[in-house]
Design a protein around this ligand. Structure first.
Ligand code: NDP
Length: 453
């Protein structure tokens, strides 16, 4: 069992005490601190000047009221968050999540993870995250627009292309980014394209940004498989979720010759033994914004696809060789991990942020399964956001091929950095340790150089 080094234990205890009840944040901090024992053994200077304590404390946390009027004329109130976690490497960068489960602890865990992920990309971006407990599901376009405008009315004071550059996440896609950018532009009277990423192509977006997270995690798993002379070709895969990350994971896995047999949403999962029909999935989820069970109805009863309600079973009961959890945090438990292993899984790539519980991660690692942690595997989204910022700054627009080629190179570099770091610190094949240490060292070096800030 992995434990936190005794020199780091007091730091962990202090974080737990000061952030009581923020379970996801505790989980994310614990996972990183578990990896840092080997670093401080080699470089004790990182224990000096409270560097690790400073890294665990966000630079700034903004919480605000978001009032808006629904289609019935009723006033609704939500809570908005932006946690500007660390700017040692560049402006804060990280998505905005709209989901009823959002609270400060979830945003802090995401901002903390983002700091290391962004460092791993090698791009000059710090870490941040934001969101609201607003639930876009079932809301009209007009309601979503009024909510986004109210959210940005407060957020605009805190962001800017050199300060903090938000993007999308769960519940925030092209439509929401458009409404928020429109309101930012109106409030500031500036066409500052680089203030948000994930924009549509026709007003400053980047080609391949929509696809980047899912494509990127698939590239990462491809590199991991290659270390064991394996590939996607001919293998079955299961991808949880059916949002932005999941859909483009399915697309890339299929393009590499893999067969994705199941996808999900919060209502349950769909199995299609003949392979998920990607165009149909996009139609159901991106065009109709419908529930995943509609996939079965649209395909036609008796045509090999079926739906299982979330109460009745877990998508991880479906046998596969590659599992790509791409929905949300803690969606894959220790029990699921054991089921996947007994069904023959050989590789797991986290498309979502922290989708596997700590117990699940341990079970995979102890069984020798290739395991890619989200902060490395899903970094392709933010890396391509940084490419969008580059294009905005130079008023340029690259081709899809050029952008995807950059993404592929970045993902291979992240894979190799994690693998080499794990080797260097005596834990070959441990991508969790490799990602945590490589990300930490980059941020820590910068913080060290900048004085006590
Ligand atoms: P989307 O909102 O596009 O899709 C989320 C998907 O996950 C939906 O299918 C949703 O189902 C499902 N889901 C959400 N919450 C739950 C839940 N509590 N239980 C079961 N299913 C759930 O989000 P993204 O695809 O953008 O994000 C997915 C994950 O990837 C998140 O962890 C996000 O932080 C991470 N990520 C995203 C990046 C990006 O570029 N978008 C970049 C890096 C990481 P339903 O519609 O029923 O809610």
């Amino acid at each position: 069992m992995v434990t936190v080094d005794e020199k780091l234990e007091p730091i962990l205890q202090e974080v737990l005490r000061r952030n009581a009840g923020e379970h996801e944040f505790h989980q994310a901090i614990r996972e990183v601190l578990e990896s840092l024992g080997r670093v401080i053994a080699k470089h004790p200077r990182y224990l000096e000047s409270s560097l690790i304590e400073r890294l665990c404390e966000p630079e700034r946390q903004i919480i605000f009221r978001v009032p808006w009027v629904d289609d019935h004329g009723r006033v609704q109130i939500n809570r908005g968050f932006r946690v500007q976690f660390n700017s040692a490497l560049g402006p804060y960068k990280g998505g905005i999540r709209f989901h009823p489960s959002v609270n400060v602890g979830i945003i802090k865990f995401l901002g903390f993870e983002q700091t290391f992920k962004n460092a791993l990309t090698g791009m000059p971006i710090g870490g941040g995250k934001g969101g609201s407990d607003f639930n876009p599901r079932g809301r009209s376009d007009g309601e979503v627009m009024r909510f986004c405008q109210s959210f940005m009315t407060e957020l605009h004071r805190h962001i800017g292309e050199h300060t903090d550059v938000p993007a999308g996440d769960i519940g925030v896609g092209g439509r929401e980014i458009g409404y928020m950018f429109g309101q930012y532009k109106r409030l500031t009277n500036r066409y500052e394209a680089g203030v948000l990423t994930g924009k549509a192509l026709f007003y400053g977006g980047s080609r391949a940004r929509t696809e980047a997270t899912g494509y990127g995690s698939t590239y990462f798993v491809q590199s991991m498989l290659a270390t064991r002379q394996q590939e996607f070709e001919g293998r079955t895969a299961v991808v949880s979720g059916s949002g932005n990350v999941a859909i483009y994971t399915v697309e890339k896995v299929q393009s590499f010759g893999g067969k994705v047999v199941a996808v999900s949403d919060s209502s349950g999962y769909v199995v299609d033994e003949s392979g998920i029909d990607l165009e149909l999935l996009k139609e159901i989820k991106q065009v109709r914004r419908a529930r995943i069970s509609d996939y079965v109805h649209a395909k036609g009863e008796g045509r090999g696809a079926y739906f299982v309600d979330a109460e009745a079973g877990s998508i991880w009961d479906v046998a596969c060789e590659v599992a790509m959890p791409s929905a949300t945090q803690n969606e894959l438990t220790g029990k699921d991990a054991k089921t996947l292993i007994s069904n023959g899984v050989i590789a797991v790539g986290e498309g979502a942020n922290m989708p596997c519980t700590p117990e699940a991660v341990r079970i995979f690692q102890q069984a020798g399964i290739l395991f890619a942690p989200g902060k490395a595997a899903n970094a392709g989204g933010v890396a391509t956001s940084a490419l969008e910022m580059q294009q905005n700054a130079s008023r340029d627009s690259w081709t899809f091929e050029q952008t995807e080629a950059r993404l592929a190179t970045i993902m291979r570099n992240i894979h190799d950095t994690c693998a080499q770091t794990a080797d260097e610190y005596g834990a070959p094949g441990d991508y969790v340790l490799g990602a945590n240490i490589a990300g930490f060292v980059k941020v820590a070096q910068a913080m060290d150089a900048l004085g006590i800030i």
